[in-house]
Design a protein around this ligand. Structure first.
Ligand code: ZN
Length: 107
């Protein structure tokens, strides 16, 4: 199952559900390259079995905008223009587990 994180922009309250590939998540945590290649295969499986589409559907149900973080270094709020580095966002979500993480502007 794909990893998704619901976040609410602290500045404007807009809700997002961000799909985060495991390889991206574990790269931020400093997992070694050999292990990352394993997670890249898991991510590929997720993709070809419809895991990402399922994430989009669940975002719709949660009333959140779906964001696919693949290849994304920065994330910019469409509501207010605030932006965050994806790695800072991933760290914030790891340190504050739960369905919704209020995030602050981080560069
Ligand atoms: Zn915002």
């Amino acid at each position: 199952m794909a990893i998704n994180q619901l976040i609410t922009c602290k500045m404007c309250g807009k809700k997002y559900q961000i799909f985060i590939p495991r390889a991206k998540l574990y790269a931020v945590e400093g997992v070694p390259e050999e292990e990352l290649s394993f997670w890249r295969r898991v991510d590929f499986e997720d993709e070809v079995t419809g895991g990402i589409i399922a994430s989009e559907v669940s975002a719709d149900r949660a009333g959140a905008e779906f964001i696919d973080s693949r290849g994304m270094e920065f994330f910019r709020c469409r509501g207010c223009g605030s932006f965050w580095r994806m790695d800072a966002l991933i760290k914030a979500m790891r340190y504050n587990p739960g369905p919704t993480t209020m995030v602050t502007i981080q560069l």
